[in-house]
Design a protein around this ligand. Structure first.
Ligand code: GTP
Ligand code: MG
Length: 268
């Protein structure tokens, strides 16, 4: 492993001349590949950490408020080819230290919510966690992109506890509604189909569709806020759980099942 560390190219000290590269042995190349794999693994672990946090928030929020603000969660690890392509395209120095510092979207997590208000809810619950540091925030919902794209983008860093060290890893988190997600996935397909040169009639159709999606989100939000959640009469599986022994309580005989009210014993 020390050998791998010694091969870590340091900014400025690396000799890019072809003559020098020609002398790299197969073992050296293998060691560098291992080093790169280890580097990328850290981002995979960062995705695992954030995904677990989001799943815990989802289950805990659902348990506490009987409401689930998260529709689904997805993630992707940027491929090594895309990472290197981005470094080249953005003219960043070609070494691991530079990738670590400049390419902050190698680990990506997407959270899709039902309603616009859920977005801020998720954002605050995540950013409020003491091991999460907010590095960057872009609000493409308040400031929609000219093509119509809407989403809240966060770049956060979290500690990843490796077997021999702790690394703070950046993760890009995109939070959006189902309607915004629907729009973005179609726009993405169209963008790639036309290699970025989307015909102007399609561009304006997409912008219109984004407006319709935004209106739908507003309507759904308004409908949602009209629903009185306290009127929810759904029975919980907990209703039949008898905790009288645990808390030394007696059930009120006036209560009829399901959902007996538990009353405290009167003080003598
Ligand atoms: P990159 O250098 O490509 O990472 O862009 P950036 O650093 O300017 O970040 P930005 O926040 O604009 O975009 C990051 C990610 O958001 C992209 O990789 C997409 O997943 C998503 N995104 C941003 N703009 C659009 C858009 O117009 N359409 C769609 N479908 N997705 C977008
Ligand atoms: Mg980015």
């Amino acid at each position: 492993m020390n050998r791998v560390r010694a091969l870590q190219p340091t900014p400025g000290a690396h000799d890019h001349s072809p003559g020098n590269q020609d002398r790299v042995s197969i073992d050296d190349v293998r060691a560098l590949r291992e080093q790169f794999f280890d580097f990328m693994l850290g981002y995979k672990f960062a995705i695992d950490e954030i995904t677990t946090k989001i799943n815990i928030l989802r289950e805990d929020f659902n348990n506490t408020h009987e409401y689930n603000p998260i529709e689904h969660v997805g993630s992707r690890l940027k491929s090594p080819e895309s990472v290197l392509e981005k470094v080249q395209r953005k003219n960043y120095p070609m070494n691991l230290a530079s990738i670590r510092e400049n390419v902050l979207d190698i680990a990506g997590v997407r959270v899709v919510c039902s309603f616009i208000s859920d977005i801020a809810l998720i954002r605050d619950m995540l950013v409020g966690q003491e091991d999460i540091t907010l590095l960057e925030e872009r609000d493409y919902i308040t400031h929609r992109k000219p093509n119509g794209y809407q989403s809240l983008h966060l770049i956060v860093s979290i500690p990843v506890f490796r077997s021999n060290r702790t690394d703070r890893m950046p993760v890009e988190i995109q939070i959006r509604t189902i309607a915004m997600d629907f729009w973005a996935s179609l726009e993405h397909k169209i963008y790639y189909k036309y290699s970025g040169e989307v015909p102007s009639n399609l561009q304006s159709d997409l912008a219109q569709a984004a407006e319709v999606a935004a209106q739908l989100d507003e309507k759904m939000e308004a409908l949602h806020s009209q629903v009185d959640r306290t009127a929810d009469t759904q029975h919980s599986p907990l209703d039949s759980l008898d905790l009288s022994k645990l808390y030394g309580l007696t059930a009120d005989p006036a209560d009829t099942p399901p959902g007996p009210r538990i009353s405290r014993p009167r003080p003598r």
